[in-house]
Design a protein around this ligand. Structure first.
Ligand SMILES: [Zn+2]
Length: 146
């Protein structure tokens, strides 16, 4: 199923909203889809939002497919998941990897419904196709800022 960042966004929209975008700030369903970036405009409180608001992915510039890989890595490895291991796996810098691990662990500690659902769907999630593993991933994002 989900592989690209957009696929992951669609998946999240499905499990969080069941296809009906809901404003995370005022809970209104009166929304207008914005053309760019899978964002929505709330016609009630006039903010814009995406499905990642109030989730562990909020305000992260890391692509969601990397986040999902990180979630499976951290939850599979339990306490053995290291910052260095994750940084290498998804090609982010160590600060980013450390932040991600701590957000994932926090979500685990809060028994986040979203996280539970993602983990439950893990086996249907990635279907690697041979030509994809040969193609380098687009990496315009996730570059270290320092
Ligand atoms: Zn609103």
């Amino acid at each position: 199923m989900a592989r690209s960042h957009e696929d992951c966004l669609k998946y999240l929209e499905k499990i969080r909203w069941q296809g009906k975008p809901k404003c995370p700030y005022c809970k209104s369903f009166r929304t207008t889809k914005l053309k760019k970036e899978n964002r929505y405009h709330c016609n009630h409180c006039f903010t814009s939002y995406s499905v990642t608001v109030d989730t562990l992915f909020h305000n992260s510039r890391v692509k969601l497919n990397k986040w999902f890989t990180a979630i499976f890595f951290v939850t599979d490895q339990k306490n053995r998941a290291t910052v260095r291991g994750l940084a290498k796996l998804i090609e982010v810098n160590k600060n980013t990897a450390a932040t991600m691990i701590s957000r994932i662990r926090d979500a685990q500690n809060d028994t986040s419904e979203l996280l539970t659902q993602i983990i439950r769907d893990k086996n249907t999630f990635w279907v690697e196709s041979p030509e994809e593993s040969l193609t380098p991933e687009d990496d315009e994002n996730n570059q270290p800022e320092e």
